[in-house]
Design a protein around this ligand. Structure first.
Ligand SMILES: Nc1nc2c(ncn2[C@@H]2O[C@H](COP(=O)(O)OP(=O)(O)OP(=O)(O)O)[C@@H](O)[C@H]2O)c(=O)[nH]1
Ligand SMILES: [Mg+2]
Length: 358
């Protein structure tokens, strides 16, 4: 079959896939608010006592469970393909392409992955399913790994991380998990309640601060998020924090005025502490499908994303989006979210993830 015909067929498969997963409708988010008078930063929560060794053991065991869970939850159609296919024909390659698209890898990514593999099959360098699986694993690793090499976080004190993303993707929950994670490493963490728009967003972050025993800076609801960010960064510097994590209201990547609001928050951080925010992390729901790639591109164009967190990996059979994002963007995936609890966060490891995928 010609490449064009194949692409056409692949695009049809993707369309069918998208129809099964319509884009999430996000609630409307208001435009930039007039700046409200910042109130005194709320008194700091006292740091909670360190976890007991018993708790530590529990935490480790849970991480192990979660690793197994990544493998379980990412029981993608690709895995089924390799279980059922033992002999290789031209049809089986086409079937594999369609399977990869069903797992949300995107047409262009799949074409690029499959081109050298198809060539090897034609030249009889790949003759069975086992070799095909190995070649696919290598091709995916080649694609994902370079983005993730030398991805050390900048050595700043405080390190300011701004967290952005579409509504409901898991930003605030991820911030809570990150707080727990950094605290466990012995770091002093401050959260900044920069989502002043959604009712109860500040309280949600406050609960995470209490639960993880870290400090929080908040203003009144509906105050200017840029002013909160300014005060949060200043307070973190004054109090000798190691990490500051700024929550922001959810927004669609297509809402220009709300993207401008994010730029204003960035400028405000920079005014408070030149060079900050040092990191801007985009949170993406793993179930979003190919729309995740447009989210990533538009957020990146607007504010320069330095890292991504993929959430709700525990509820998806479509982890292929990782491969698609890495194909299109030069931004590392920092963490993956595997549930709603503080310990349900894992650093992204390319090899482990591909292994879990099929
Ligand atoms: N299963 C699962 N649920 C998650 C994960 N991360 C977040 N959630 C859930 O997703 C829902 C939305 O999470 P939030 O953290 O409030 O999302 P958000 O992006 O801050 O939402 P907005 O601030 O309204 O834009 C909550 O019910 C979370 O518990 C995850 O990794 N796995
Ligand atoms: Mg939130």
């Amino acid at each position: 079959m010609s490449w064009f015909k194949k692409k056409d067929k692949a695009e049809k498969a993707q369309k069918a896939n998208e129809d099964k997963n319509p884009e999430q409708e996000a609630p409307e988010v208001k435009a930039e608010e007039p700046a409200a008078q910042p109130e005194e930063a709320a008194p700091a929560e006292e740091d909670a006592p360190p976890a007991s060794s018993r708790q530590e053991a529990g935490f480790g065991a849970k991480l192990k469970d979660k690793l197994a869970k990544t493998r379980d939850v990412l029981n993608t159609p690709i895995e089924d393909f390799f279980i059922t296919k033992t002999e290789l024909t031209e049809d089986s390659l086409e079937e594999l392409e369609e399977t990869l698209i069903t797992a949300d890898m995107g047409v262009n990514t799949v074409m690029d992955l499959m081109e050298p593999i198809t060539e090897k099959v034609n030249k009889k360098q790949i003759t069975n399913s086992k070799e095909l699986r190995a070649a696919l694993t290598d091709a995916m690793l080649d694609l994902i790994k370079p983005v993730h090499e030398n991805k050390e976080l900048p050595n700043k004190k405080p390190l300011v991380i701004m967290v952005v993303g579409v509504n409901g993707v898991g930003k605030t929950t991820t911030i809570g998990k990150l707080a727990a994670n950094f605290k466990k490493q012995g770091k002093k963490v401050m959260l900044v309640a920069g989502d002043t728009f959604r009712a109860a967003a500040v309280e949600q972050l406050e609960i995470w601060a209490q639960r993880t025993g870290v400090q929080i800076v908040r203003h009144r609801d509906n105050s200017d998020p840029a002013a909160v960010a300014y005060d949060g960064v200043a307070a973190a510097e004054a109090r000798g924090m190691d990490v500051v994590i700024i929550d922001t209201a959810g927004r669609l990547h297509t809402q220009v005025n709300l993207m401008e609001e994010l730029k204003k928050i960035r400028r405000s951080c920079h005014k408070s502490l030149p060079g900050s925010p040092h990191e801007t992390w985009l949170v993406i729901d793993a179930n979003t499908g190919q729309n995740a790639v447009s989210q990533a591109k538009l957020f990146h164009e607007a504010i320069g994303v330095t890292g991504m967190v993929l959430t709700k990996v525990d509820g998806t059979a479509k982890g292929g989006i990782v491969v698609s994002i890495c194909h299109d963007m030069d931004v590392p995936i920092r963490y993956i979210g595997l549930g709603e609890k503080a310990e349900d966060l894992r650093e992204f490891e390319a090899r482990e993830f591909i292994k879990a995928l099929f």
